[in-house]
Design a protein. Sequence first.
Length: 587
Amino acid sequence: MTATSAAALPVTTDAVPVARRLAVPLWIGALLVILTFLVIYPLLMLFFGAISDSNPVIDGFGKFNPSLTHFMAVLGNENVRLAFFNALVACGGGTVLAVVIGLAFSWIVVRTNTPFKGFIAGASMIPLFVPPLVAGVAWSILGSPKTGLLNTVLKWIGVDFRFDFYSMSGLILVFGFYYAPYVYMFTASALRNMDPSLEEASEVSGASAFTTLFTVTFPLIAPAILAGSLLSFVVMLGIYGIPAALGAPANISVLTTYIFKLTAWSPPLYNTAAAVAILLMVVTAIFVWAQQRVLSGRSFATVAGKAFRPRSLNLGPWRWLTFGLALAYLFIVVVLPTIALVIAAFRRFLFFKDFDAVFDTKAYSWVHFNSIFDNPLTMISIWNTMKVGVITAVVGGVLAFAIGYTINRTQAPGRKIIDLLSTIPVAIPGLVVGVAYLWAWIGLPGGLYGTIWILALAFVARFIPDTVKALSTSFMQIHRELEEAAWICGRGLLSTIATIMVPLARPGIVASMTLLFVLSVRELGSSLFLYTSDTTVMAVLLLDYYEGGNVGKTAAFSLVQTVILAVLLGITTWLSRGAAESSARAG
């Protein structure tokens, strides 16, 4: 049995039972139905909402008068154009800063002899796990023009300067700080795979190390830089938490905050929100398409057939400068925000008449923690978050395994369509997923809307591309001869999957389910339109605390969410290591 014939699972002989002949089309059909239910149907209902003048809450779907009024109103609305312009400026500026930081970090870690590079590489990924709203809240405490901790310090040392993070520059800085790791991941990999002889040839010709860096090294990894910058831009474009925390107080609307504002009005403008959501989705899709073109376009090959080792540039005493710059970045994005949250969470009132007041122990207490845990919604939100996370991880993990196996291990007809459908959510921001699921289920009977399940299904749809991609690597590492040996021994497909694929791919399965769990815990955009008082999750309650104006409660709950995320990451990392060891023994 060849790999191709086995993977194709063809069943054409009359001797084979009819059930087995129908197994493959039934399997493909089931996956198509599930993906249509999760992805295509909500998107169709989103378009329905944009071209309809019916209200799904009041009218259901009994009235349908198609019209392009909402699209025309959106395109001609000055507020929409301003929100679109603000989004491009904030995300564009943030992307430029992210490229500078991410590229510098990748060069420091991969190409220099800077001390403690392992620590720098690991710590630089921490911002990826910080919920955007928590980052926004922390920097609102640090950079508020009147009560910000940074301004209190500047006043104490006599510097006549004030930070104001309630501004476009504040949005750009925070976006750049927290999404630089996306650029780092792309560029660090490219630098590791680049033949150092190209740089050596430049230096032999008389070019300095820094001239070589900008004329040889960076141009050769240009595709990786561009791909990382496009990904950063796309992620920023769909973020709600940071613009809500830093842009809203300064009346700076971006597309995500404008969409939410439309549904918060009385009466809610669901149709207009759907039209703006489609605009956001189209813009995102264009940039995702551009990123894919970069990754699959013209070759910038820098890896030759001969073996090589990535070169480490000897910086001499300058290596301590690069180490200091790395520590400065980590201090800015990890230590400073944590200090701000701790001070605000434990201090009764966030007001400092002078810098010495920061250290007045009488001003600190557990009052804000007592307050949030006296609120029954706090424990409800934590419990709901855990339930949604588990459901998302299990359902999404099983579905991703089925999709990944079909795409990577079979030649079954229809697998390319499944690959396409499972990739579509890459171009759909979380907020758009929330609006789409609102339109898909709020007007239908059956009681799915307003339950934990609607949140979990939205998260599964939102993150299925990430999960399938995470699992695909594990599948590609398992040789087909192992499956063939099982089939030769008489095992069926399901038995082979259970005894061969699952044990060997266990680290990837655990990692993908961990990824789903963490992403669902920190996801805000998809939740905003789907929760009720009984299904409130932590991200939504944190936003409620912030919009209520109580900074102390907001900071306290931010710390609670951060601690829970850290504990969960620690547990899942331990489980992943255990799965890897078990898989190694099984292999």
